[in-house]
Design a protein around this ligand. Structure first.
Ligand code: NCD
Length: 367
């Protein structure tokens, strides 16, 4: 987490004048309370004056789109994570609505099935007061043979401010971003990138471990087809983690070491001493042949169970981006462990997407 100034009582009293400073103070206070540290004393009047307003931050996101983790510097990543920490606080409030995107239009354009990512973006947009439209791809002209670019141009003519796009082809979202006037967020393109997933994973790790740098993170399973793995490897490397990938050779890309991680084909070796064990789904919808002899055998050698997890650090976090195939890549009991943060990943998903929408909104034309 970035350094936070330590506001005292005087600042707290003056802070309502500067909404941003004030919100920072409240967040700092909550942070201290959550950490069990001595809380800064806040007068009741100050709490009453905490009118919901747009979360303020010194961070300026320097891009028009969010297409790939590759485009982000460590400062961009940390800025988004800090902003998402604030969104996570908002999401735990009774009143969650903020004004940040009032008057803006966000369109969700998902060419691939999705539950959590699409609903997460929808909720994020709504919590920031945007008008959010979910484009129903199944019943749209896309199924009548319209090309991706024609769809993009049609939506562009409706003047959205932000388009959230998921597509089964790697590179499709970037191509689309070159044809439209609005900001574009990549919500997953084929086996290529899924930047908001990597950001929400990093946020979950940082909140539980207090840092990313120096941690050993083992990403296990279907690396070959996983955009989650690709985005995570880039992000975790950028923030100084040690990244390992663990998979049978059939589920590794050619020259896997070029991904920027240490490669293991034995699960026990791959997760030995790990601080984080991140499991991935077997992505059958992307498989064109037979990659594993049987799901039973796969679970035996690569499924996370009590025995294999014992090789990781005793406090290692268990993660999974979802949807989970219980009994295939992860035993049901592992997903229910107290150190499984799978539900927290979903919660942080909304926070990260709010942060991304907010960051992009500052780049949108004001007039
Ligand atoms: C991931 C995806 O779509 O790439 N899921 C997600 O975004 N929640 C991983 C997966 O589908 O297995």
């Amino acid at each position: 987490m970035g350094p936070m100034p330590d506001y005292g009582l005087v600042t707290a009293l003056l802070a309502p004048v500067y909404t941003g400073y004030f919100q920072d103070s409240i967040i700092l206070w909550r942070h201290h309370r959550n950490q069990g540290l001595s809380a800064v004393q806040f007068p009741t009047i100050a709490r009453l004056l905490m009118i919901p307003a747009q979360a303020s931050t010194d961070f300026v996101y320097p891009h028009r789109h969010l297409l790939s983790i590759e485009d982000l510097t460590p400062a961009d990543i940390n800025g988004l994570l800090d902003l998402a920490d604030k969104s996570a606080e908002i999401n735990r409030d009774v009143r969650k609505k903020r004004d940040t995107l009032r008057g803006r239009t966000v369109i969700n354009l998902f060419f691939e099935a999705s539950t959590r990512t699409q609903s997460s973006f929808e909720l994020a947009g709504k919590r920031l007061s945007a008008d959010v439209m979910n484009m129903a791809v199944k019943s749209s002209s896309i199924n009548k043979g319209e090309t991706l670019i024609d769809t993009a141009m049609t939506l562009n003519a409706m003047r959205p401010d932000i388009l959230i796009v998921r597509h089964h082809a790697a590179g499709a979202v970037e191509l689309l971003s070159q044809k439209v006037d609005c900001s574009v967020v990549n919500a997953g393109d084929g086996s290529h990138q899924h930047p908001t997933q990597a950001l929400l994973d990093a946020l979950t790790i940082r909140r539980n471990k207090g840092r990313i740098e120096g941690l050993t993170v083992a990403i296990c399973g279907d690396i070959l087809h996983s955009r989650v793995a690709r985005s995570n490897i880039m992000l975790l490397n950028a923030l100084g983690a040690r990244v390992r990938i663990v998979a049978p050779t059939t589920l590794l890309p050619p020259s896997p070491e070029r991904l920027g991680a240490e490669v293991f084909t034995f699960m026990e070796q791959g997760i030995e001493g790990a601080d984080v064990v991140m499991m991935l789904r077997l992505q059958r919808e992307r498989m064109t042949g037979s990659y594993v002899p049987s799901t039973r055998e796969y679970f035996h050698f690569f499924g996370l169970d009590q025995e294999k997890l014992a090789y990781a650090k005793p406090d290692a976090l268990v993660m999974h981006p979802g949807p989970m195939n219980r009994g295939v890549e992860i035993a049901s009991s592992m997903a229910e462990l107290p150190r499984s943060v799978i539900q927290e990943q979903v919660e942080m998903g909304v926070a990260v997407r709010m942060a991304v929408l907010e960051a992009l909104s500052y780049q949108l034309p004001k007039e």
